[in-house]
Ligand binder design. Structure first.
Ligand code: ADP
Length: 256
C-alpha cells in the first residue's frame, strides 16, 4: 500500500512537472490559441442547430393559416432571434480564425479604386432602401498587396455601418488616394456620429454605443473588431473620427 501511495505521489509530481515546463514554454500564446480554437469550434458547432431551427420555424410559418396572429408574431420573433444568433456565431468564427491565423490569406495585387467600386455596388440595394447615396471618388490608382476577400469583407462592414448609422437622405463617400508611399481608403458618412467618450471603446468586442438600435438593425457589436483586425493584418492603419450628429470617417492607410 505504501509503495502504491508513493507511486501515485511520484506520478503526480511527474505530471505537475510536465505541466509546468509546458507552461513555461509559451503559456500565454498557448492559452490564447486554445481559447480561440474553442470559440471557433463552438461557433462552428452552433451553426447546424441554428440552421435546423431556422428551417423548422420556416416550415411552421409556411403553414401559418393554422395559427392566430399572435402565434405568427412569436414565430417571426424566433426566426429573427435565430438569424441574430447565426450572425453572432459567424462573426465569432471569423474573429477566432483571424486571431489564430487559421484563415488562409492570399497575397494578390489589389486595385484599391476597383475594391471601392465593388464595395459600393454591393451595398447599393441596402443604400437605396434607406435613401442613402453612395459615391466613390478616386485620385491616382493606388495598388496594394493583400487578400481580396478579406479586404472586401472589411470594406463591406464599414460601408454597412456607414449606411446603418446614417439618416434617411444621407450620403456615404468612399475616397481613394495616395500619399507618398501610402494608399488611403476613406469611408465618410453623414450619419448620427459617435460621441467622444465612446471612441476609445470601439475596438472592444461587443461594444455598441446604442445597444437597442444596433440590435434592431441586426448589429452584433463585432463588425468593427473584424474590420480593424483585417486592416492591421495587412500592415495597415485604422483610424475612426467622428462629429456627433454629423459624420463619421474611417481612414484605412496601407503601404503600397
Ligand atoms: P454593430 O454590429 O453593432 O454595428 P460594430 O462593431 O460594427 O457593431 O460597431 C460598433 C458600434 O459602433 C455600433 O454599434 C455603433 O454604435 C457604432 N458605429 C459603428 N460605425 C458607425 C458609424 N459609421 N456611425 C455611427 N456609429 C457607428
Amino acid at each position: 500500500l505504501l509503495l502504491g501511495i508513493g507511486s501515485v505521489a511520484l506520478l503526480g509530481a511527474g505530471i505537475g512537472g510536465l505541466f509546468l515546463s509546458n507552461r513555461a514554454l509559451a503559456p500565454a500564446r498557448l492559452a490564447w490559441t486554445n481559447q480561440q480554437r474553442f470559440i471557433a469550434d463552438a461557433s462552428h458547432e452552433l451553426r447546424t442547430p441554428l440552421t435546423l431551427m431556422h428551417a423548422d420555424a420556416d416550415v411552421l410559418l409556411r403553414g401559418r393559416k393554422h395559427f392566430d396572429a399572435d402565434d405568427v408574431e412569436l414565430l417571426q420573433d424566433i426566426v429573427s432571434e435565430v438569424n441574430h444568433m447565426a450572425r453572432i456565431s459567424d462573426n465569432l468564427l471569423t474573429l477566432a480564425r483571424l486571431d489564430t491565423n487559421a484563415t488562409h490569406r492570399e497575397h494578390e495585387v489589389i486595385d484599391l479604386p476597383q475594391l471601392a467600386q465593388a464595395g459600393a455596388r454591393r451595398v447599393q440595394t441596402l443604400a437605396e432602401q434607406r435613401e442613402i447615396s453612395v459615391k466613390v471618388e478616386a485620385t491616382g490608382d493606388p495598388h496594394i498587396i493583400g487578400d481580396p476577400m478579406l479586404l472586401e469583407q472589411a470594406v463591406l462592414i464599414l460601408l454597412d455601418n456607414a449606411i446603418k448609422y446614417n439618416r434617411s437622405g444621407g450620403q456615404v463617400i468612399l475616397s481613394v488616394s495616395e500619399q507618398g508611399k501610402r494608399a488611403i481608403l476613406q469611408i465618410r458618412d453623414t450619419g448620427i456620429g459617435i460621441a467622444a467618450e465612446h471612441l476609445p471603446h470601439l475596438g472592444e468586442r461587443f461594444y455598441r454605443v446604442d445597444k437597442a438600435r444596433s440590435r434592431q438593425i441586426g448589429g452584433t457589436g463585432l463588425g468593427l473588431s473584424i474590420a480593424r483586425r483585417i486592416i492591421l493584418d495587412h500592415n495597415g492603419e485604422f483610424t475612426l473620427t467622428s462629429v456627433p450628429q454629423q459624420s463619421t470617417t474611417v481612414t484605412l492607410t496601407f503601404p503600397m
